[in-house]
Ligand binder design. Structure first.
Ligand code: HMG
Ligand code: MG
Length: 308
């Protein structure tokens, strides 16, 4: 039986906007977060506390976090690859802290090196004090395992590699693990194999899927996860995104497309599709692009036809 309820984490403001060629004003990022929470998203990945030399698009992290009018019941997360990032995220007053921080490792040595400038073993050494300090401060710690299906530099990923990193994350006190198909080349059975490795070390409530849609497999991969009972997924409004260190990979699966599929399966998300499409139209307009989401475009075309 498929789960009756799914929690969606919108990573659009972070994963979606970290790769945009033109700078996006902080005010637009804040407005996007406001629109996502108004649409019913209860988990939003807002920004990254990473080096502005590596990812200049996230240099306004503190400004964006400070500008959000927080809604009770919404979990705001940020990426913190090291203690410096965590300290920066915790510099303002407590009510401005993120509710959750993300340490982001990889199942591939080469990707880890390119993305965070250290190999897997060293990344875990950097994450351990972040996890400890965050937990001590009452901030939840999520771990992302990039390249769980394939790596741009090393090719297909063996599920053993996924399990290896997942186990290390568990050992250092990471409370939730997100299995990420960074390149978007995964297909359903291979995704299930990777997920099953994560489920050996984490309870099902603390495992999520993060699918980029480069090869159009993301919805099928989410369905394959639902078959395993997994009920937490990342998605990105308008299908925005990509990773600067995974060239050629497109954005995450569009939140609108996931919501539409789940509605059709009678799976509750708490997200209101029309308001979400408005958010997609808003940010796409600011970026002067069309949403990647097929559902958003269909809804917008239907609205335009109805208005004529
Ligand atoms: P490093 O060079 O090893 O770090 O970079 P370092 O400690 O040697 O410091 C070097 C410089 O960076 C110093 O500044 C530090 O102060 C500064 P300098 O003295 O040269 O002026 N620095 C920082 N500044 C701000 N915030 C920090 C910070 N740490 C050091 N936290 C580091 C290591 C991780 C910082 C760097 O490699 C980095 O910022 N990488 C960015 C990686 C990134 O954001 N990638 C995209 C997100 S991951 C992703 O998209 C995948 C995901 O979506 C899942 C999936 O799809 O796979 C999550
Ligand atoms: Mg990603």
């Amino acid at each position: 039986m498929l789960p009756s309820r799914v929690t969606l984490l919108d990573v659009g403001p972070r994963d979606g906007l970290q790769n945009e060629p033109a700078p996006v004003p902080a005010a637009d990022k804040i407005e996007l977060v406001h629109r996502l929470q108004a649409a019913g998203l209860r988990e939003i990945e807002v920004t990254s506390f990473v080096s502005p030399k590596w990812v200049p698009q996230m240099a306004d992290n503190a400004q964006v976090m400070a500008g959000i009018a927080r809604r009770p019941g919404v979990r705001y997360s940020v990426l913190t690859p090291n203690l410096k990032g965590l300290e920066a995220a915790m510099t303002p007053a407590r009510e401005r802290w993120p509710d959750e921080v993300v340490v982001f490792g990889a199942a591939s040595e080469a990707f880890s090196q390119r993305n965070i400038n250290c190999g897997i073993a060293e990344s875990i050494e950097r994450f351990a004090p972040v996890a400890e300090a965050a937990r001590a401060a009452g901030i939840k710690v999520r771990g992302a395992v990039s390249c769980a299906l394939a790596c741009p530099y090393e090719g297909e990923t063996d599920p053993d590699r996924v399990e290896f990193v997942v186990r290390l994350m568990r050992e250092i006190g990471v409370q939730h693990v997100g299995v990420a198909d960074t390149l978007g080349t995964g297909t359903p059975r291979r995704v299930q194999a990777a997920m099953e490795r994560a489920l050996k070390h984490y309870p099902i409530d603390e495992v999520s899927g993060h699918f980029h849609d480069t090869y159009g497999q993301a919805l099928a991969n989410i369905y394959a996860c639902l078959e395993l009972g997994i009920h937490r997924f990342d998605a990105s409004v308008a299908g925005l995104g990509g990773c600067p260190y995974a060239k050629g990979a497109t954005g995450n699966v569009a939140t609108e497309d996931v919501v539409f599929m789940l509605q059709g399966l009678n799976i509750e998300t708490g997200v209101e599709l029309d308001a979400l499409v408005d958010a997609a139209a808003f940010i796409s307009g600011k970026l002067s692009i069309k949403p990647v989401s097929r559902v958003a475009n269909a809804v917008l075309a239907r609205r335009a036809a109805a208005a004529t």
